[in-house]
Design a protein around this ligand. Sequence first.
Ligand SMILES: Nc1nc2c(ncn2[C@@H]2O[C@H](COP(=O)(O)OP(=O)(O)OP(=O)(O)O)[C@@H](O)[C@H]2O)c(=O)[nH]1
Ligand SMILES: [Mg+2]
Length: 197
Amino acid sequence: MLQNLFETNDHLFKVCLIGDGGTGKSSIVERFLGKGFSIGYNLTIGTNICTHTATVDDREIKFQIWDLAGQQRFEFVRSTFYRGSQAIMMVFDLTRPETLKNLREWKQEVLKNIGYSVPFPVVLLGNKCDLQQKIVITQEEITKFRNELRIDFRCDVPFLLTSALSGMNVYEAFEILGYQVLQHRQIMPPTKVVTNC
Ligand SMILES: Nc1nc2c(ncn2[C@@H]2O[C@H](COP(=O)(O)OP(=O)(O)OP(=O)(O)O)[C@@H](O)[C@H]2O)c(=O)[nH]1
Ligand SMILES: [Mg+2]
């Protein structure tokens, strides 16, 4: 792992997953890694780091994933984890409106730690879409926040409804993020930005 952390590679992308505690960041990563889903909540302490390779438009992309602790008590350790990141995955819980509102504070934390170096690739995920009966966040709220993100990060911000439980859109979320980074590096022409919002 230590070797992986210092590896340099054109197609090695460092991505930070952020969002409130319990929104499902670690579950999304577990699902992406093919480890399935667990119902219990094991809160992340500090950060979990792992790597996983995926194919994006016939290219092998190695994601170095930094799954940050969302609980407020870990706020003081988070800033160093953003260093060198090339993309952000923002996660909120569709059943808890405050998790979308709080992403505005997360946004400020990111902007501060990337030194306001925009444009910067971001993908927004509304997780737990399997809990359909409990979804309380409206499309308007999501669109409003996406527009704010687009202005602040000077990038179109794709939005996906995900479920770590069913696996819906989890692989796609990383695939789209991969596109965003490739486009950002101008390795690819600006095509295929997918969104289901
Ligand atoms: N129904 C449902 N539950 C989910 C989903 N994703 C995560 N969960 C549950 O939500 C709880 C929290 O998930 P985690 O992945 O640990 O959340 P986290 O965002 O990593 O939390 P922190 O590490 O504290 O920041 C767990 O009980 C998961 O089983 C989902 O898509 N659907
Ligand atoms: Mg976690």
